[in-house]
Design a protein around this ligand. Structure first.
Ligand code: ADP
Length: 266
């Protein structure tokens, strides 16, 4: 809508100004479009669990189901969808903080293994329930690194949580190691894997590989987006290797010097 046909030929100042206005217009249009794409995605994501909540609670309300067992099944669905909604709203909240600049890293010298242990502790019961083992393989000689421990815990938590979600049997291994100037964290699973054509897109907001296989896992498609934003804010790098039906490996590289030299609050 901001595109105008401003003549941009020639080198004079008016032509230059025309070019700048055109570029600005293109940028505005890009932001407009991505904002409305975003709103469309959010309302779609919110609408799905709400439809379930409304539908099933209406049925129960009208006493249409007499069988106790069936009533309980409906209540379980309502409970699951409410839980899904609450995860989605939390993730949206995190994401809006990332995007509105309310997201400030609170860096401090940190032993990354402590962060890994904290994140793992909370997820151990979830893994146990599925019969999946969480194996820690940590290099105890790692130097401390200047990072935001809470944000990094969130990154590790999201990655392990995904590994558990998308694995039905086997193990999840969490490694920390030093490779030259990098502290490297690796989360590997023996799960369903990610098709190669989807790999570049998994970092996008709301992207989920194959809705039908992921719907029952109850995620929002925001976890990896948040992970990537946090790693980028630390000037780090995250990579993924995956093979369908074999598993996935997520690897994070944090530059030791870079993170130690920097002033803490960036
Ligand atoms: P979600 O909330 O759907 O888990 P994420 O942003 O965390 O969203 O992940 C995006 C998609 O990437 C997931 O829906 C899933 O299809 C895929 N994915 C992420 N981690 C894994 C994994 N460890 N194994 C298999 N697929 C994964």
């Amino acid at each position: 809508m901001y595109k105008q046909n401003i003549p941009v030929n020639g080198n004079d100042e008016v032509a230059q100004l025309g070019l700048s206005i055109k570029n600005l217009g293109d940028q505005l249009q890009y932001f407009e479009e991505s904002r409305s794409d975003f709103l469309a995605a959010v309302s779609h994501e919110l609408r799905t669990p709400l439809t379930y909540l409304k539908g099933y609670s209406d049925i129960l309300n009208k006493d249409m189901i007499k069988d106790r067992k069936e009533q309980k099944e409906y209540l379980t669905i309502i409970n699951k969808e409410a839980h899904r909604l609450s995860i989605l709203i939390n993730d949206l909240f995190e994401m809006s903080k990332l995007q509105t600049g309310q997201f400030v890293l609170k860096k401090e010298l940190t032993n990354i293994n402590h962060v890994i242990r904290k994140a793992t502790k909370n997820l151990n019961p979830v893994a146990n329930e599925k019969g999946i083992g969480l194996i820690l393989n940590l290099n105890e000689e790692l130097p401390e690194i200047s990072i935001d421990p809470q944000r990094m815990e969130q990154v590790i938590y999201n990655l392990i949580e995904n590994a558990i979600k998308y694995t039905s049997q086997g193990t999840i291994t969490i490694k920390s190691k030093l490779i030259r100037d990098f502290i490297v964290l690796q989360i590997s699973d023996t799960g369903i894997g990610i098709p190669s054509e989807d790999l570049p897109k998994i970092w996008e907001r709301f992207y989920r590989v194959d809705q039908s296989r992921t719907r029952k896992t109850g995620g929002s498609g925001l976890g990896l987006y948040v992970v990537k934003q946090i790693i980028d804010a630390h000037n780090g790098n995250i990579q993924v290797k995956s093979k369908e039906n074999e598993g996935s490996v997520f690897t994070i590289y944090l530059e030791k010097e870079e993170n130690n030299e920097k002033d803490t609050n960036s």
